[in-house]
Design a protein around this ligand. Structure first.
Ligand code: UDP
Ligand code: MG
Length: 329
């Protein structure tokens, strides 16, 4: 590619990659038009070859129509999923269609500043295949979410084989080789933060300040976050299973000691009529432990079930702005 006179914040862009931005959007009608205009304006200053794929993740507020209305004259394409499949699947759908040399994943709510993309590109030029944004602040999240997400990442980094940075999200640049590797992963339960890490490649973090949402509110309520956390834990760690192996061992050892003590006492002091209270406690405690461990087994069985069914990660209802070639690829 020939050298360019375009510059990113003072640095000459000797290699200008073609950029595809993947934007998952779910009920983002109010802010999406301004977002797309701003994003395209920013990208056009970086390279002549860019496009934006908005993945409408089953919005019910007319986000898709808003995108079509806003995309006049802009290289914006729209992929409408047939229902809400969740952000992870929406990103997968976008990656499947992305054709750029580099792909940037960005949310549709202005929380991730555009200027960070310049730094992403600069790192890519230095030879990194994956450049991810690292949040330096979490004050835009409610305290309970902050606490739970800290606990989750601690557990995951302690007990899983992949090292997932706590403050990294989906906001990142991926070289097309990374995109190919991600597309080749066959799994259905897609915990993207784990998968980015699993595929490897040279990666680097770019710290940035997470902004406030301009319109609407966060789509991640507690049940959704819980679901994501369970997918993450069960896809990348056998910790929940091992926990119960450890608990089972401890409880069994305790029971053996207790049985020994009862035998000894019967031999030395004769037989007592044992109290029902201790029996009831032991039975209910063990019942609880068993139910919990069966539940955890069930989580894994459910994951296996999902994988075995082999259903696609998403279903596309409509495409707008895609050519016939991209439609079939
Ligand atoms: N999103 C999506 N599908 C969903 C939930 C969210 O595509 O089921 C999109 C949403 O429109 C936004 C991005 O994912 O562009 C991040 O969501 P949000 O801002 O609600 O998350 P937060 O910033 O609170 O982590
Ligand atoms: Mg957000």
């Amino acid at each position: 590619m020939k050298p360019s006179t375009l510059a990113v914040a003072g640095l000459p862009l000797t290699v200008r990659p073609s950029i595809t931005c993947v934007v998952p959007a779910f009920n983002e009608k109010d802010g999406i038009a301004a977002f797309l205009t701003g994003l395209c304006e920013h990208l056009s200053a970086l390279t002549e070859h860019y496009d934006v794929i908005v993945v409408d993740d089953g919005s019910r507020d007319g986000t898709g129509l808003e995108v079509i209305a806003a995309s006049g004259g802009l290289p914006v394409r729209l992929l409408s999923l047939s229902r809400n499949f969740g952000k992870e699947s929406a990103i997968s759908a976008g990656l499947d269609e992305a054709g750029g040399e580099v792909v940037v994943i960005i949310d549709a709510d202005f929380q991730q500043p555009f200027h960070v993309i310049d730094e992403f590109i600069r790192k890519w030029q230095q030879g990194y295949d994956m450049v991810y944004g690292l949040r330096t602040n979490r004050d835009t999240d409610p305290p309970l979410r902050r606490f739970l997400s800290r606990m989750f990442y601690k557990t995951l980094s302690r007990w899983s084989s992949v090292d997932i940075p706590a403050d990294a999200g989906d906001f990142r640049l991926l070289d097309r080789r990374v995109v190919k590797a991600l597309k080749d992963l066959p799994e259905r339960s897609r915990f993207m933060k784990g998968l980015y890490n699993w595929v490897g490649f040279r990666s680097v973090a770019v710290p940035f300040v997470y902004g406030e949402r301009r319109e609407g509110k966060s789509k991640f309520n507690f049940p959704r976050l819980f679901d994501l956390a369970m997918t993450g834990l069960t896809s990348f760690s056998a910790f929940p299973l091992r926990l119960w192996v450890a608990a089972g061992t401890m409880i069994s050892s305790g029971s053996i000691l207790y049985a020994g003590w009862i035998i000894l006492r019967t031999l030395t002091q004769g037989s007592h009529v044992p109290g029902w209270a201790s029996l009831a406690v032991a039975v209910s405690f063990l019942g609880g432990v068993q139910l919990l461990s069966i539940g955890i087994l069930g989580e894994y069985v459910a994951r296996i079930f999902t994988e075995v069914k082999g259903r696609p990660n998403y279903v596309v209802a409509e495409r707008h702005g895609f050519t016939a070639e991209t439609r079939d690829s």
